[in-house]
Design a protein. Structure first.
Length: 170
């Protein structure tokens, strides 16, 4: 019984090792092919996009995540225009997300300005400003009309108005 168990364990171990070696070799074989592949133009299989109302919450002080969300907005506006649609985007900034508008780098300023020029609305949570002791006048291009009582509640409110929340990092 013990000998059978040892043989069985040896067979299972050999199969596992063979699988790992095969997978490693398969990845190496496919790597050059991936470099040779070319861009494929999307072929939509549904109707045109139409009007889409999107809410993007920004709640983190992570500059990489903030930048990714701004790029997502740019890309969605471009894609919607290309595929027969229109985006109505609202960025709701609360919690640590307020850092996006505190002395942003010039590149971030350009992105925010470009998005606003394309109709993207940026709103900021009053609760977050008060909790963090921030005067909205210190934030990049924020006016009193951009302040909402609660960022979290604003997201929920916009959902009730048939806006869809898109939060790629949650």
């Amino acid at each position: 019984m013990k000998r059978t168990r040892n043989i069985l364990m040896a067979v299972i171990s050999s199969i596992f090792v063979a699988g790992v070696v095969y997978a490693a070799n398969d990845e190496k074989a496919q790597a050059p092919a991936a470099k040779l592949s070319s861009y494929v133009e999307p072929k939509m299989s549904h109707e045109q996009y139409g009007v889409m109302k999107i809410v993007v919450p920004i709640t983190t002080d992570d500059k990489a995540v903030q930048g990714m969300k701004l790029r997502n907005l740019e890309n969605s506006l471009d894609s919607a225009a290309k595929w027969g649609g229109q985006m109505q985007n609202t960025v709701v900034i609360y919690s640590k997300g307020v850092t996006l508008l505190k002395n942003p780098e010039p590149e971030t300023q350009k992105k925010i300005d470009a998005l606003k020029a394309r109709g993207v609305q940026f709103v900021v949570c009053d609760n977050s400003l008060r909790e963090q002791g921030i005067d909205f006048h210190q934030l990049y291009r924020v006016a009193d009309r951009d302040i909402v009582p609660s960022g979290f509640a604003e997201v929920a409110y916009l959902q009730t108005k048939k806006n869809y929340v898109v939060d790629p990092i949650n």
